[in-house]
Ligand binder design. Sequence first.
Ligand SMILES: NC(=O)c1ccc[n+]([C@@H]2O[C@H](COP(=O)([O-])OP(=O)(O)OC[C@H]3O[C@@H](n4cnc5c(N)ncnc54)[C@H](O)[C@@H]3O)[C@@H](O)[C@H]2O)c1
Length: 349
Amino acid sequence: MTKAIGLRVGVVGCGYWGSKHIRVLHALESVDSIAAIDPNPDRAIQLARHYPGIESYQDLDAALPYLDAVIIATPPSTHKPLALKAIAAGVHVMVEKPLATSAADARVMIAAAEAKNVVLMVGHTFEFHSAVWQLRQMVQNKELGDLYYLDTARLNLGLYQNDCNVLFDLAPHDVSILNFVLGAKPVSVECWSSRHANSRLEDVGYLRLHYQDPDVTANVHVSWLDPCKVRRVTMVGSQKMVIFNDLATEERIKVHDKGVSEAPTFGQDLTQPPMSYRYGDVVAPYLEMNEPLMVEDQHFTDCVISGMKPLTGGENGLGVVEVLECAQRAATEGRRVSLSELQPIGELL
Ligand SMILES: NC(=O)c1ccc[n+]([C@@H]2O[C@H](COP(=O)([O-])OP(=O)(O)OC[C@H]3O[C@@H](n4cnc5c(N)ncnc54)[C@H](O)[C@@H]3O)[C@@H](O)[C@H]2O)c1
């Protein structure tokens, strides 16, 4: 049962990312107590050293009677069964990205949460990032002119996962950023992916997302097999171009007042260059400093307490999973896949 304030929150999966949630929850006034839930007893021992007073459990069933809400930060294939267990117990749930490993599973989770009237939120951390809010504002205010294309790169050497390929591990971030910034879902997806160092799971992927409104294409490059760490979003418009470099310590967004257009003599005088270039200022807008994970977890507890709908609710999570599933199918079948192919038959009638 939800209390007016002071929630009892469990973190299911206390590895790399779950331990960050525990640190953040510790700082929130809306949280009374935290339970660490992980079958690996070493995790609980390590966390108890940093956060005395934390309760620990080796499985979710044992913890559920003492919880108002859980954050699920386990490998993606476990998201659906763990979330359904918590929902069945009337406990509010936030699930790390990706919400599920198939659109059908995500729909089951959404329906279960609706039936039990509990919050279902997905941890699309970048939708709580002030730089991404700035990108969205620039697109919505048409500050770049006509949007020509978007491009994202999320590359590094590792971290290889056991449970899913690079598409399901890294691309959820980029797809969530793109859907949020454009305020739309793509209508179709193309994808090329390949396995190199790992014989079972794809470690390099290139996705192309086709949006209809706005009518624009976004290219997404994800890799666990690259010598350089890159976390970049580029948006190119007819008036301006913008780069969000999430690895920069400051000036993470740079707006380039640059443009290119066909020269007036194009096609007539072959001795003249075909294009004319405009070079202007580079501006780094002020960004509010906040930790996106802190904003996200605060929002989750606010939703649990107030009953408000989360900004990244189940439908938002489903939107990203649909793109990932289409990307996987596109890579396997070597063709462009429409999101409408995934809709349940009832919705198409
Ligand atoms: N939002 C982000 O920026 C972000 C960043 C990294 C990871 N993630 C997501 O967080 C999740 C976890 O990733 P990670 O890198 O922390 O993985 P990890 O391997 O470091 O940790 C996973 C933990 O889950 C535990 N676990 C496995 N099955 C369990 C079960 N049934 N019940 C309880 N615990 C269980 C494991 O023992 C392990 O401690 C993934 O969904 C990943 O995509 C999100």
